[in-house]
Ligand binder design. Structure first.
Ligand code: EPU
Length: 421
C-alpha cells in the first residue's frame, strides 16, 4: 500500500504536457484485436488500466511490444483465444470492450463482468441490446457474458440507444466493424474518444462515419489491416491540471491539448475568475486572487464532463459565495469524495442530484481516502491548495488514469511525494 503526502499552499507554476487519453486508449487497445497485421499506437499513456489491458491482450496471444516510450505495437494476427483472463478483466471497467471486439473478429465471446471504479451502479444493458440487435444470442449471468451467433446469424442493424452511453457506443461500433451489412447507432455518445476510436478503426480499414454526431454509420468490412495511429490528448487529465492551477492560484501552460475539447471546462473556470489563453495545442491558465462561485451541471459531451465533477467541486469549495453543482450522469458520484472534502473543512451540502457548496477561505490537511479515480484527483487538488499536510490513501485508483502524476506536479512546484506504507 502506498499513499501521497502533500504539503499544500504552493501555487502551481510552469508547464505540463498532457498524456494520451485514457478512455480512448482503453477502447482502442481491445479494438486492435480486429486488426490482422501490426498496429503501431502512439501517445499511449503509461497508466495501470493500460498495463492491465496489455497483459490481457498478451494472454490472448497478441504480440505486444513497446519499441519506445508512449508507443505500443500490437499484432493480433494469430489470436484464437475468445476468453480474456477473468482475474484481469475484473480489475477494470473497459474490459467490457472485449465483448464487442471478440464478437466482431470471432463471432463469439466469453467475458467476465468488468470491475473498475464503483461510484455508481453501472449497468451494461445498452451494450447487450446492441449485441442482440446485431444478431447475437446472449447468455448473461452474475459472473460473465457469453455471446454466440443467433439463429439468423450476425449482421448489421439499426440500434437506438436509450441513453447516449459511451461504453455502449464504443462496444457496438467495434462489434459492427467486421459484421456484414450496415449498422446505424442512433443517440450515440459524442465524446472525443468516440471520434478517436472511429478514426483509429478507419485508419485500419473500417468504414465508419458520423462519429461525434448522434448518428454513427458502420458499413461492415471483411478485415482490418495494420497501420499507425496516435491517440488524442486526455481532456480530463488537462482539466484536472487546470482545476489544480485555479485552486492553488497558479499560472500554468497546459501543453498537448485540443482546446476545442476543453471549451466546457475552460468556460466554467473563466466564469470563476481564471484567465485563459488558448493556443493551437496548448492552454495557459492563470488565477489571481480568489475564485468566485458558479453553477455547473454535468452532461454528456459537449457538456461539462461528469469526470470533472469532483475536481471543479474543490474549486467551488475554495471560491467566494455559494456554488451549485448538479450531476446528471451518475447520481451517486458525490459520495466518493464529498465526505473527505468536508473533513478538510469544505462546506458541502448534498440535496438529491445537487451539491450546494459554500466556499471557505481555507481547506486543512488531514488523512483522506480516494474511493475512485476522479475522487482521488480531487483530493490531491484539495491537498495542493490546503494549509498543512494531506495524506491521500488508496492511490491505486489515481494511478489507473494519471500518467507520471508525481513527476508532473513536482515539475510545477508542488510538494508531493509517494510514500510506501
Ligand atoms: N448506462 C445504462 N446502461 C448501459 C450503459 C450506461 O443505464 O448499458 C447509464 C449509466 O449508468 C450512466 C449513463 O448511462 O448513468 C452513462 O454511462 P456510460 O455508458 O456513458 O459510461 P461508461 O461507458 O460506463 C465512460 C467512462 C467513464 C465516464 C463515463 C461518462 C470509460 C472506460 N469510462 O463510462 O469514465 O465517467 O463514460 O462520460 O470510458 C473515468 O474516466 O473516471 C470514468 C469513470
Amino acid at each position: 500500500m502506498a499513499r501521497y503526502e502533500i504539503i499544500g499552499g504552493t501555487p502551481l507554476r510552469g508547464s505540463v504536457t498532457i498524456s494520451g487519453a485514457k478512455n480512448a486508449a482503453v477502447a482502442i487497445l481491445p479494438a486492435a484485436l480486429l486488426v490482422e497485421g501490426v498496429c503501431r499506437i502512439e501517445n499511449v499513456p503509461d497508466i495501470s488500466d493500460v498495463r492491465i489491458l496489455l497483459s490481457i491482450l498478451e494472454g490472448m496471444g497478441v504480440k505486444v511490444s513497446r519499441p519506445e516510450t508512449g508507443v505500443v505495437e500490437l499484432d493480433s494476427t494469430n489470436v484464437t483465444c475468445r476468453e480474456p483472463e477473468t482475474e484481469h478483466v475484473k480489475k477494470l471497467r473497459a474490459s467490457y470492450y472485449f465483448m464487442g471486439a471478440l464478437l466482431s473478429r470471432f463471432h463469439a465471446a466469453h467475458v467476465a463482468l468488468p470491475g473498475g471504479c464503483n461510484f455508481a451502479v453501472r449497468p451494461i444493458d445498452q451494450h447487450i441490446k446492441g449485441f442482440k440487435a446485431l444478431g447475437a444470442a446472449v447468455e448473461e449471468t452474475n459472473e460473465y457474458v457469453d455471446l454466440q451467433p443467433g439463429v439468423n446469424g450476425l449482421k448489421g442493424n439499426r440500434i437506438s440507444l436509450d441513453m447516449a452511453s459511451v461504453g455502449a457506443t464504443v462496444n457496438i461500433m467495434i462489434a459492427a466493424t467486421l459484421l456484414p451489412g450496415q449498422s446505424i447507432i442512433e443517440n450515440a455518445a459524442k465524446e472525443p474518444h468516440i471520434v478517436d476510436l472511429a478514426n483509429f478503426l478507419n485508419t485500419m480499414g473500417a468504414r465508419i462515419s458520423g462519429a461525434g454526431t448522434d448518428t454513427i454509420k458502420i458499413t461492415g468490412v471483411e478485415n482490418l489491416k495494420g497501420g499507425t495511429y496516435a491517440i488524442i490528448p486526455d481532456q480530463i487529465e488537462a482539466g484536472t491540471y487546470m482545476a489544480a492551477t485555479a485552486a492553488t492560484g497558479g499560472d500554468v501552460l497546459v501543453r498537448n491539448v485540443i482546446p476545442k475539447h476543453m471549451e466546457c471546462i475552460t468556460s466554467k473556470l473563466e466564469e470563476m475568475g481564471a484567465q485563459i489563453t488558448n493556443y493551437d495545442d496548448a492552454i495557459r491558465i492563470k488565477m489571481d486572487g480568489r475564485m468566485c462561485n458558479t453553477t455547473v451541471k454535468t452532461h454528456p459531451y459537449p457538456g461539462f464532463p461528469t469526470d470533472m465533477q469532483a475536481q471543479i467541486c474543490v474549486c467551488m469549495a475554495l471560491a467566494s459565495g455559494v456554488s451549485r453543482l448538479t450531476e446528471s450522469v451518475y447520481e451517486t458520484r458525490f459520495f466518493g469524495y464529498c465526505t473527505e472534502l468536508q473533513s478538510m473543512g469544505a462546506d458541502i451540502e448534498i440535496s438529491g442530484k445537487t451539491a450546494i457548496v459554500t466556499g471557505v477561505e481555507d481547506l486543512y490537511g488531514v488523512t483522506v481516502s480516494a474511493k475512485d479515480l476522479r475522487a482521488g484527483a480531487a483530493l490531491i487538488i484539495a491537498g495542493l491548495a490546503a494549509r498543512g499536510t494531506t495524506w491521500v490513501k488508496n492511490i491505486h485508483y489515481v494511478e489507473r488514469g494519471y500518467e507520471r502524476l508525481i513527476e508532473k506536479l513536482t515539475a510545477l512546484g508542488a510538494k508531493i511525494r509517494r510514500v510506501e506504507d
